[in-house]
Design a protein around this ligand. Sequence first.
Ligand code: COA
Length: 479
Amino acid sequence: MATKKKTKAKSKAAAKKSAKKVVKLKSAKKPATKAAAGNGVPRPSTKAWGQAGRALDGVKILDFTHVQSGPTCTQLLAFMGADVIKIERPGGGDITRGQLRDVKGADSLYFTMLNGSKRSITIDSKHPKGKEILERLIKYCDVLVENFAPGALDRMGLTWDYIHKTNPRMIVASVKGFGPGPYEDCKVYENVAQCAGGSASTTGFRDGPPLVTGAQIGDSGTGLHLALGIVSALYQRIRTGRGQRVLAAMQDGVLNLARVKLRDQQRLKHGPLTEYSQHGEGIPFGKATPRAGNDSGGGQPGWILKCKGWENDPDAYTYFITQAPVWGAICDLIGKPEWKTDPDYATPPARLPRLRHIFDTIEQWTMTKTKFEVMETCNKYDIPVGPILSMKEIAEEPSLRATGTVVEVDHPKRGKYLTVGNPIKLSDSPADVRRSPLLGEHTEEILRDVLGYSAKELADIKTSGAITPPDKPAKAEAA
Ligand code: COA
């Protein structure tokens, strides 16, 4: 037995040696091209998928965000593995902690669902000692993210020039309502952005007022844009060694999401928008892209149709798309096989002026089924449909829990709550979804372990008023 072990060890050592030799031989020969050398990228990891750390491990974010747009961005970066240090004003912190509160004494869901996986430190950014702490953080971090009103960061003394001089590698990323121009100094909230970015004028029904959408495309949408800007700037920094400013204006972000409506604006010059149901109804177009109700935004006409139970359930509806390649299957399913050959219905252009009648007819069929039965039946024939899911149904949907899109986390003050996890799935970087921090929960930890303040310095900071509200002692604030 002992000899067997020895031989095994010997052959293992020999194998290791020859492996080394191979490596030596390979590296001795210079690869002909940069591409052959892997473009400077390290050898592929041999670790199991998901075991090679997270995508943004090592990236340190000085998170000066509040309300929704900025926190959405930094939360995504945190899910990707970045260390996000959220700076909050002593006393109250991010205003959303107390907004729309549902549980007395606990941070609101507004806050908790936008600030997961972050650390919280309280600093009065206008206090001299607070400024000194911030300077250390600026030197330590890679990215400063903020969405203050225009000029607020400068008023704190944190101008681009100052930050760049203090840490030339730092990326400074901002959400503002508008980019440079007539409105650059304006404060902006979600719905203002939806209106200014072209979403509201193109949402709703033609005969009704402009509508804002439930999806927070101005806030969360812009946060998402900013996150892309930040990771791009981090990537460029690998080559340049220097930081840069990243700006995501909410108007721009909304317009980017509404670009198909700018497409339609330009098409108007060349004739009516034939896929809009108003065309089929014989209503002339005006000078601007109109509101299109539930018309599909693409080339395949669609509409929202009633399903079984619609009389009592406000969400018993389905979206139904009359995609051209499956028109025959639709005709068979709804009991109109003759439409397959009828010249008034057989081709997409022939159908365009009759969409209202077509959808009314399909609705007669969908009303005999639940929205889930419609989904099940239509999917067999590749007909694209979508049940109108209520938030209740989404919250209870097991498949969304299984993928980590809806995550339940435990909070010391409010108990369990649902949050939306990382909607972007990386196969080698599992999302890190943790509860939101209490106000100032990590103040001491960051001052001591990250910034290296000694116990004596820490004691001085505590009594300085830089991390506590002006009229309260340090102990009361920490909770
Ligand atoms: N210590 C001391 N002061 C702090 C602080 C801290 N840790 N954090 C913030 N402040 C101060 C700021 O310096 C600012 O003071 P100043 O105006 O005297 O310079 C003040 O708090 C308020 O900041 P402000 O951004 O103006 O907040 P607001 O509540 O008045 O406005 C918004 C909120 C959202 C309208 C505004 O921040 C904004 O337009 N942001 C850009 C667009 C945006 O992101 N909108 C979407 C929000 S979801």
